[in-house]
Design a protein around this ligand. Structure first.
Ligand SMILES: [Mn+2]
Length: 340
């Protein structure tokens, strides 16, 4: 995942080009890559027109492409009207969010007057998208918000590789999320993060304390890093969390309250005086956030309460927008706490 700053119209073409290249990298054919380029163009143009500039985060996956347009502009007064605009005139260009809605498999938007807008669009490398089927997916995030784990992850400006990593595991009883921040940034940090992720994958069905312990012992040959693992248990409605170093774990509750989970001091791979798990009650309609220290910790839940009911990617985007320090790799992972 990487970002393109879009603060003047000349940068729209750059955003389009990078999105198109990312789509090709993700396995898109010519037609769907063209659609991805068009969506990137519309989102970027919107950033200029309505956002006073912003950034387009581009995330190529395995035959999927996430596009996240983030701004701190005046916000859209009427998201529904913006979405509807152009929806019925499929096939033409310049239809703004209508075109995005028509071409993407999933779309969600959160716009707060005065605070800005986050638009997420996911495209898939198939061209059987039709507007009929699409309507099923749009604006029903309460149904979708528990499906999967979502993240915004952007390397430090000037770096090609990211020294953070994240992964997740799910079984019948719950979901485990893992985040690592390799010490520093750049190639060596990325090596540490990749080693930690490989270790996590080997023992993803173990408890958070066992995972963190295994990672600590498994990445001694690297420069090490901060790690945390969280296990959401759907049956008992609890989360157990084990952190070593500066990975934040936060539950955002429907009341707007935030519950910050405890990480102990240390560096996985080098220094772990204590690996301990803490348990928290967790209703099934909360969001769990985990982030690296490229994101500041000074955020409060009340400000983001409306995002609780949207797709998790929107909260990830908003936190990245509002609290990225801009001088480190940044990772924000968000998922719903309920059973999918
Ligand atoms: Mn960091």
């Amino acid at each position: 995942m990487f970002e393109v700053l879009v603060s003047d119209p000349s940068q729209v073409a750059e955003a389009r080009r990078r999105a198109s290249a990312a789509a090709a990298e993700a396995g898109f054919g010519e037609v769907t890559a063209g659609q991805a380029a068009l969506v990137a163009t519309e989102l970027s143009s919107n950033l200029i027109k309505h956002g006073g500039g912003g950034r387009l985060v581009i995330g190529p996956g395995n035959r999927s492409l996430d596009l996240l347009a983030i701004d701190k502009g005046r916000g859209m007064a009427d998201v529904q009207a913006c979405m509807a605009d152009g929806y019925s005139t499929a096939g033409t260009r310049g239809q703004g969010l209508g075109a995005v809605q028509r071409l993407a498999q999933s779309v969600d938007v959160a716009s707060t007057p005065g605070a800005g807008t986050v638009v997420w669009a996911r495209l898939v490398a198939a061209d059987d998208n039709d507007a009929e089927g699409l309507a099923e997916h749009i604006h029903r995030p309460p149904v979708l918000r528990n499906a999967g784990v979502w993240a915004v992850q952007v390397p430090m400006p000037g770096e090609d590789v990211c020294g953070d990593g994240w992964g997740w595991h799910e079984d019948d009883a719950g979901r485990t999320v893992f985040v690592v921040d390799g010490l520093g940034h750049g190639t060596e940090a990325a090596l540490a993060a990749n080693a930690a992720l490989a270790e996590f994958r080997r023992c993803a069905d173990a408890s958070p304390a066992e995972i963190v312990d295994a990672v600590h012992h498994g990445i001694r040959h690297t420069r090490g890093g901060a790690v945390a693992a969280a296990r959401i248990d759907w049956n008992s409605a609890t989360v157990s969390f084990t952190g070593l170093g500066n990975i934040a774990g936060v539950l955002l509750l429907p009341s707007g309250q935030t519950r910050r989970m405890v990480s102990l001091n240390g560096t996985a791979g080098h220094n772990a005086r204590k690996v301990q798990s803490f348990e928290y009650p967790c209703p099934d309609n909360a969001l769990m956030v985990m982030h690296s220290d490229g994101i500041g910790t000074g955020w409060s839940g009340e400000r983001y309460t409306p995002l609780l009911w949207r797709h998790p990617m929107l909260l990830a985007g908003a936190l990245y927008r509002d609290f990225s320090r801009g001088r480190d790799d940044a990772t924000v992972v968000v998922c719903g706490t309920g059973r999918p």
